[in-house]
Design a binder for this molecule. Structure first.
Ligand code: LRY
Length: 251
C-alpha cells in the first residue's frame, strides 16, 4: 500500500511544473471549425453557431472556436469536442480576450480552451499578468496564444502557452502585407516551437490544409470559408448585378 502511494507521489512530482500538472493537449490533431457571429453580421441567431458546430463534429472536426459567452453557453453540453472561447473586445488594439474579465466571461460559460491575443499591440494588461491570472484561477483551462509573427511567438513562449496559433498574421500593422494563409509562418514557428502550432487565418481548401500539415501544423482552423457564407454569396450577387447591369446597358 505504501509503495502504491509512493509511486503516485513520484508520478506527481515528475509531472508537476510549479502548480500546473502537465497533461495531454485537450485539442486533438485535426480541423477546428471557427464559427463566430458579431453584432454587425446579417445573422445573430445562436442556433446558427450550434448547427454549424454539430455539423463540424459529425464530420470529424476536433474543436470549435467561438466568440462570446452566449455562443460558448449554447454549445456547452451539446457537443463532445472541446470549445475554444474568446471575446472580441474592440476597446483595445490587442482585441482577442485581452482582459481577465473577458477570460472569465467565456470560462464561466464553459469553454475548455481560451484564445488570447499575444501580439505586441497596445493592451490593457501585460500578457504575463493575464497568463498568470488564468493559470492561477483556471488551471484546467488551456491557452492558445494568438500571434501574428515569430517575434510575438518568441515573446510569449516563455509564458508556456499550450498552443500557438497564427490567427493574427495579416491583421496587425507589422504583418498587414502578408498573403493569407501564411504557411511560411507555420513552417518557421514549427521549426522552434515546443508547443503545437495551429494554422489559422485564410484557410479554405484541401491544398492549403495539406501545405499547412507539410509545414508542421498540428491542427488547422477553418472559419470564414464555411461559417461566413454571406461573404461569398454577396460576391456572387454583386457579380450577377454588375454583369446584368452592363448587359442591359448594351440593349
Ligand atoms: C483576425 C481575427 O479576428 N480572427 C478571428 C479569430 O478568432 C476570426 O474572425 C477568424 O474567423 C478565425 O481566426 C478563422 O480565420 P478565417 O475566418 O480566416 O478562416
Amino acid at each position: 500500500m505504501i509503495k502504491f502511494f509512493w509511486r503516485i507521489f513520484q508520478f506527481c512530482l515528475r509531472n508537476c511544473s510549479n502548480e500546473r500538472v502537465v497533461q495531454l493537449e485537450k485539442i486533438q490533431r485535426g480541423i477546428i471549425l471557427s464559427v463566430q457571429l458579431e453584432p454587425t453580421d446579417p445573422i445573430t441567431d445562436p442556433c446558427f453557431v450550434l448547427s454549424m458546430a454539430k455539423i463540424a463534429e459529425s464530420v470529424g472536426a476536433v474543436a470549435i472556436r467561438t466568440n462570446g459567452r452566449e455562443h460558448v453557453k449554447i454549445l456547452k453540453g451539446k457537443i463532445n469536442i472541446p470549445i475554444i472561447g474568446l471575446v472580441k473586445n474592440r476597446a483595445y488594439e490587442a482585441y482577442i480576450t485581452p482582459t481577465f474579465e473577458d477570460v472569465k466571461e467565456v470560462v464561466s460559460a464553459g469553454c475548455d480552451v481560451v484564445a488570447i491575443d499575444c501580439t505586441r499591440r497596445k493592451r490593457p494588461v501585460p500578457v504575463e499578468d493575464l497568463f498568470s491570472m488564468v493559470r492561477t484561477r483556471f488551471p484546467h483551462v488551456e491557452i492558445i496564444a494568438d500571434i501574428a509573427d515569430e517575434f510575438d511567438a518568441e515573446r510569449v513562449l516563455p509564458l508556456k502557452p499550450d498552443y500557438l496559433a497564427t490567427t493574427l498574421s495579416g491583421y496587425t500593422d507589422y504583418t498587414k502585407n502578408v498573403k493569407l494563409p501564411n504557411i511560411e509562418l507555420v513552417k518557421r514557428l514549427s521549426s522552434f516551437s515546443p508547443v503545437p502550432v495551429i494554422a489559422e487565418g485564410g484557410y479554405s481548401n484541401e491544398e492549403e490544409i495539406t501545405q499547412a500539415l507539410i509545414a508542421g501544423a498540428y491542427a488547422v482552423v477553418v472559419g470564414t470559408a464555411i461559417t461566413r457564407p454571406w461573404i461569398m454569396l454577396s460576391k456572387l450577387v454583386e457579380t450577377f448585378r454588375s454583369t446584368n447591369g452592363s448587359r442591359s446597358e448594351k440593349r
